[in-house]
Design a protein around this ligand. Structure first.
Ligand code: SAM
Length: 317
């Protein structure tokens, strides 16, 4: 069975009276090197190059795939991880997946909309305490919401159960996820991701590798979450867990407000959250001009700004 052979894919879909559904972002991989390389990147924590990768060196680590489609990448994951759970929204694909994954004893397919899951509960149910790596050829229409749902699904104060997210996305989106503060690609998702981990663009994938072919080039991006949560990455954070979770919500609010009004200065964009004078004073203490725009601030700068604003509030109490 070669799930990436275009003739076989067409025959398989026809046999189940299916056709790729645009509404579910169905662009199936038809170049066998790609699912092998993505699954390998997830298992090894780095791009193995062409030819796939080695099994994950920790038997305890599991894989979660979003949108298995016909099962091409699921089969690769099944070779590299001791346990794989794949969540597929399209009910029509479930009988087909029973056939294509029938011999993969370590794979469980779940017919669900990933966006409707309570992620932390789902992870606990499926994997217990075991660490998880997420792997997906994501539907383009829902890439950012899915990434945000994963990142938001974990408490900043806790060691994240998800160790990494390896995803095939539009190349432009991969650039945005990995962008430097101040660049034109930098946005709220970049800063939000940087609060949780580091993102790296691994390799590009041309439209001809998919059926049907999308109009744009794609790329694989890997987000490696901070091993012990946000405390690994930023200084001066609250020691108390609840206080830390509250503090990170404030940072996220700052990021959302700063990018909701990208053209405004940061001081104006944040005027609904704090007094202008306090924001200006906080920026001054950070050595930043009061007319700076939010897109110039890195995640670390947003953390510092939240700390300075709290200091300003305490001084007024
Ligand atoms: N993994 C397959 C591959 O690489 O060939 C298919 C990738 S295709 C781009 C995206 C897959 O995600 C489809 O199978 C689609 O039905 C599924 N999907 C779309 N939205 C979903 C959602 N909200 N929850 C779970 N699966 C979803």
């Amino acid at each position: 069975m070669n799930l990436c052979n275009p003739a076989y894919v067409r025959e398989l879909l026809e046999r189940y009276s299916l056709a790729p559904k645009k509404g579910f972002g169905q662009n199936f991989l038809i170049n066998a090197d790609i699912p092998a390389r993505i699954a390998g990147s997830s298992a090894m924590g780095a791009d193995p190059g062409w030819g796939g990768g080695y099994p994950c060196d920790d038997e305890n680590v599991c894989a979660l795939e979003i949108g298995p489609g016909l099962g091409a990448m699921t089969r690769e994951l099944s070779e590299l991880f001791s346990k794989v759970v794949a969540v597929e929204i399209d009910r029509g694909l479930i009988p087909l997946l029973s056939e294509t994954l029938g011999d993969c004893d370590n794979v469980t397919v779940i017919n669900e909309d990933f966006m409707k899951l309570d992620l932390s509960e789902f992870l606990r149910e499926q994997f217990g305490e075991r660490p998880v790596r997420v792997c997906a050829n994501l539907p383009y229409y829902i890439t950012s919401p899915i990434l945000m749902a994963i990142l938001e699904g974990m408490k900043p104060s806790e060691k994240p159960q998800v160790q990494s997210i390896t995803v095939l996305v539009q190349s432009e989106v991969a650039d945005r996820l990995c962008a430097k503060a101040g660049s034109s690609e930098y946005g709220s998702i970049t800063a939000s991701v940087a609060l949780c981990g580091t993102a790296k663009k691994l390799f590009t994938v041309s439209p001809g590798c998919f059926y049907p072919a999308p109009k744009v080039t794609s790329a694989v991006c890997q987000i490696t979450l901070y091993e012990n949560g946000i405390r690994d990455a930023f200084e001066g954070l609250p020691e108390d867990d609840e206080a830390l979770d509250r503090f990170v919500s404030k940072v996220k609010k700052l990021i959302a407000a700063a990018f909701a009004m990208r053209r405004k200065t940061l001081t104006n964009a944040l005027s609904g959250i704090s007094d202008k004078s306090k924001i200006e004073a906080a920026l001054e203490r950070m050595g930043m001009r009061s007319d700076i725009r939010g897109e110039k601030l890195s995640a670390a700068d947003f953390v510092k700004l939240a700390q300075e604003l709290e200091k300003g509030d305490e001084a007024h109490e």
